[in-house]
Design a protein around this ligand. Structure first.
Ligand code: SF4
Length: 496
C-alpha cells in the first residue's frame, strides 16, 4: 500500500474512491484509517491454522502429561486468507501478499487479496414450502429493488440478489441499499425484505444459517419431498390403517389410492375427487393458489381441494388422512352416509405417520452464497498476463478459495466463483462506496506454475516473513476442504 501525505490528511489508494483521511479518522469504507500519518488496515489479517489434528501425548510420558493442555493444535500450516489483507489499486500492482511455503515437499504460493467486486451478488436458498413470491417478483429493501425471486428448487425458494444492474445500474440510493444488504447477508446478518407488489407483499427476514421468518412466523421444517414423493415414501405406515391418503402440496399433491404406489400395494379405488390439474396417476398440480397454508398452498382447510366422492365407488365410513408435506398439518376424516368427509380424532397410528414425515424433514435454513467475478484488478494483481490465471484455474493448476473456503468456479469464460458464506471466517466481507463489495480471494498454486503464468515472482515472500503476531488466528472450519491440500490439484492425482 502506498500513501500520499498532505499536511493533515493522507490519501488512501486502495480503491477508486481515493479518500483523503485525517489523522485518527477512517476512510469512507471504515476499512482503512490514518493512524498518526500511517495508513493502516483496520481489520486484522486472518490466518487459518490448517493442521487441525489434535496432538495426543504418548501414554506414560509423564513429562508431557504434566505440561499437556489437552488442546494443542498442529498449526504448522498456516493459510493466509485475504480477510483483512487489503486491496491494491489500480490493477497492475501486485496483490498485498504473495506468500510461499512448502506443502508436502512442494513449493507452493498463495496470492492473497481482498477483491473489489463490482460484479457480484448473492444467491439465497430458503428452505420452505411457503409462498414468498412469484418467480420474477422484485425483492425490495428500504423500498429499493435489490433483486428478484428466481426458479424454485426442491423444497426451497430461491432469490437472486445484487448484481451490477442494482449496484450501479439504478439510482444512487438503489446501489447503496443493495450494497448494504449484500454486505449484511454475506457477513451473516439478518436482512428484512419485502417481496411482491404493494398490498400483497410478503415480508421475509433472511439470515445465513438461520430459518427464514416469513410474515412474522419463523419457519420450522423443510418439506420431506413433494406430495407425490411423500406418498411413495411412507405407504407402509398407512396400509391397513386408512383407506386413502392425500398429501397436500402446492406443486404436486399426491393421492395414495390413485398413485402407482397404491396400485402396487393393492390399495383399492376410493372414488376421491381432487380439484386440480391431473398430471399422472395420483399426482395433481394447482390444487390451490400458493400461500402460507398447507404444503405451500393458500388453504387452511384441506377439504377445499376435494370434490364430491364418486357414489359408485366410495362408501360410508371410508377413512381418509390428509397431511401436508412437512407433516406439521394433518387431519383425519370418515365419510358419513351422504359420503361427506366428517372430521374425527386421528388414530394413534396415523398421528405417528404424520410425526414420521415431520421427523424426516430437515430443519429449514437460509443459505447465502456469494457469487462474484474476478476481474481486472484481481487477476492483474496475480500475474502480468491475466488470462493465463484464468486458464490455470480452469486447468485445475490453481485452487481458488475465498477466506480459505472452497469455491465453485463456474465453467466457461472468466473466473466466476460461488462460495457459501457459512464456510468463511466471520466478518469476511467489506464494501467500498463505489458501490461494490469487498470479498477475500486467494489463489494457491505451485511456485513453478506461478512462474509459468507470468506471476509477480519478485514479490513472493516466505510465509514466515509475514507479520503474524497481530493477526486473527482461526481454526480450519471442519466442513471445509483444506485449502493447502495438494489433493486440490489435478497434478497430484496424475502423480498418484
Ligand atoms: S473507500 Fe476505503 S479503500 Fe477506498 S479509498 Fe476510501 S478508505 Fe481507501
Amino acid at each position: 500500500m502506498t500513501e500520499s501525505k498532505t499536511t493533515e490528511k493522507i490519501r488512501c489508494d486502495a480503491c477508486p474512491v481515493m479518500c483523503y483521511i485525517a489523522d485518527g479518522k477512517a476512510g469512507a469504507c471504515d476499512r482503512y484509517a490514518n493512524h498518526g500519518g500511517d495508513l493502516i488496515r483496520l481489520d486484522p489479517l486472518t490466518i487459518i491454522q490448517t493442521g487441525d489434528q489434535k496432538l495426543v501425548p504418548f501414554l506414560g510420558d509423564q513429562g508431557d502429561q504434566d505440561t499437556w493442555d489437552g488442546d494443542i493444535i498442529k498449526g504448522d500450516r498456516p493459510f493466509i486468507t485475504a480477510v483483512g489483507a487489503g486491496t491494491t489499486y489500480p490493477d497492475y500492482k501486485p496483490a498485498p501478499f504473495i506468500a510461499s511455503q512448502k506443502i508436502d515437499g512442494i513449493d507452493m504460493v498463495t496470492v492473497v487479496t481482498e477483491g473489489i467486486f463490482s460484479y457480484c451478488g448473492v444467491k439465497v436458498k430458503i428452505d420452505t414450502d411457503r409462498h414468498i413470491g412469484h418467480e420474477r417478483d422484485v425483492v425490495r429493501v428500504d423500498g429499493e429493488p435489490i433483486g428478484h425471486v428466481t426458479t424454485s428448487e426442491y423444497g426451497s425458494k430461491m432469490l437472486s440478489l445484487g448484481g451490477v444492474e442494482h449496484l450501479t445500474g439504478g439510482t444512487k440510493k438503489e446501489g447503496r441499499v443493495t450494497c448494504d444488504a449484500l454486505l449484511k447477508l454475506c457477513n451473516r446478518e439478518a436482512v428484512t425484505m419485502l417481496i411482491g407488489e404493494e398490498g400483497h407483499e410478503t415480508e421475509i427476514i433472511v439470515e445465513a444459517g438461520q430459518p427464514p421468518i416469513i410474515n412474522g412466523i419463523r419457519e420450522n421444517l423443510m418439506r420431506v419431498g413433494c406430495g407425490s414423493a411423500t406418498i411413495g415414501m411412507f405407504p407402509m405406515q398407512w396400509i391397513g390403517h386408512v383407506d386413502d391418503v392425500v398429501v397436500v402440496d402446492d406443486h404436486i399433491t399426491g393421492v395414495l389410492s390413485e398413485h402407482e404406489t397404491g396400485k402396487q400395494l393393492n390399495v383399492p379405488p376410493t372414488g376421491i375427487k381432487i380439484l386440480g390439474r391431473r398430471s399422472t396417476s395420483g399426482r395433481y398440480f394447482q390444487v390451490a393458489e400458493p400461500g402460507l397454508g398447507w404444503g405451500g398452498t393458500n388453504i387452511d382447510d384441506p377439504l377445499k381441494i376435494l370434490g364430491p366422492f364418486n357414489p359408485k365407488i366410495a362408501w360410508e365410513g371410508l377413512r381418509l388422512l390428509m397431511v401436508s408435506t412437512t407433516g406439521e398439518q394433518y387431519a383425519y376424516y370418515e365419510l358419513d352416509a351422504s359420503l361427506a368427509p366428517q372430521p374425527k380424532p386421528i388414530p394413534a397410528q396415523l398421528k405417528a405417520s404424520a410425526d414420521l414425515i415431520a421427523e424426516n424433514c430437515e430443519p429449514s435454513v437460509c443459505s447465502v452464497l456469494f457469487m462474484g467475478g474476478a476481474g481486472g484488478s484481481l487477476r492483474a494483481g496475480v500475474t502480468e498476463n491475466p488470462v493465463r490465471l484464468t486458464h490455470s484455474v480452469k486447468s485445475a493448476l490453481t485452487n481458488v478459495t475465498c477466506g480459505g473456503a472452497e469455491t465453485y468456479v463456474w465453467p466457461g469464460g472468466g473466473i466466476t466463483v460461488m462460495v457459501d458464506v457459512m464456510d468463511m471466517p466471520t466478518q469476511s466481507f467489506g464494501y467500498v462506496p463505489t458501490p461494490a463489495l469487498v470479498a477475500p480471494i486467494e489463489f494457491t498454486l505451485r511456485v513453478s506454475d506461478y512462474k509459468a503464468l507470468g506471476g509477480h515472482v519478485d514479490h513472493i515472500v516466505s510465509i514466515k516473513e509475514i507479520k503474524q503476531d497481530t493477526a486473527r488466528k482461526v481454526q480450519k472450519n471442519p466442513r471445509v476442504r483444506d485449502p493447502l491440500a495438494i489433493s486440490n490439484y489435478r497434478w497430484s492425482k496424475e502423480a498418484g
